[in-house]
Design a protein. Sequence first.
Length: 352
Amino acid sequence: MDQTSITVHELHYPEMDQWDAFVEACDEATFFHLSGWKRVIEKSFGHNTHYLYVEKDNKIQAILPLGHIKSLLFGSALISLPFCVYGGIAAENDEARVALEEAAYALAKQLGVDHLELRNQQLHNHSTGSQKRDWKTKDLYATFKKEIDPDPEKNLLAIPRKQRAMVRKGIKADLKTEIDDTHDRLYNVYSESVHNLGTPVFPKNYFKELKAEFGDACEILIVTKQDTVVSGVMSFYFRNEVLPYYGGGNNLARKYNSNDFMYWKLMSQACEKGIQIYDFGRSKKGTGSYSFKKNWGFEPKPLHYEYRLVKAKELPDINPLNPKYQLFIKLWKRMPLSVSRLIGPMIAKDLG
């Protein structure tokens, strides 16, 4: 390939259809590579985005969506992609990939960030020589994906016995599900759930923007007990996959096993739609959610996030497992829920 004919560009709104056509066609691309995330991140959090792509002969060959998080609390980072579990470069060939790696690092230096982060599913870095040694990885996250059967009953029987019993308890509790076109009820149970974990909640408007941007590909499932909401989940649909992304329950959820029931109902409805892959998403190793997904019969697959330090001297460690955040988490759990909903978004918007 003639390297001089490869050009790197930054995406503008009129070119979004061309970008998304590449996402749909590229095997490496994910739901989080769709251009709509650019609008969502900018509108919901006010962060600047830089969507880079490589073009040759008027045809896109690789893309890299980037968001710039600049925070007094957590530092400055260029990430592909903030608030998303997957990202990094989606490319048709290695030369296009290297061109974007180099362009992203140049941009990171220009912006003066602490580090550049690519949230790959696979280990993809193809830089050579000293540049290749400059990319680092962390063994922190795993993802959980599984093929599902067109028959809901077979999927239920595939769940290990103890966890299947939890699902059946939810069924016997006569829980009901419905699809919600608005985000209010989801936000109420989700914000209560993350508050109980000691985590700041995202702004409510973020969930509104996700639904407005992605339409039917962003679905909200609500679980009720005698018309009282107990759980909810926002899921993304992309190609032949469903990804439950933001979910949680209130103080009644444990009593009725509504979360197990909810994920089971989502799986059942997805397979009836012809969806073939259930993506249980990302979890940190050593956490309750990691164990929960394993107990469902999903095997963890390491996520190969790659980092390149710019101004920082060491890899970032902004996660709840970091001992220095333990006091904050304990105090946050004790905070009134109403107060956490008020001030949480001011912190959560910079977590990325």
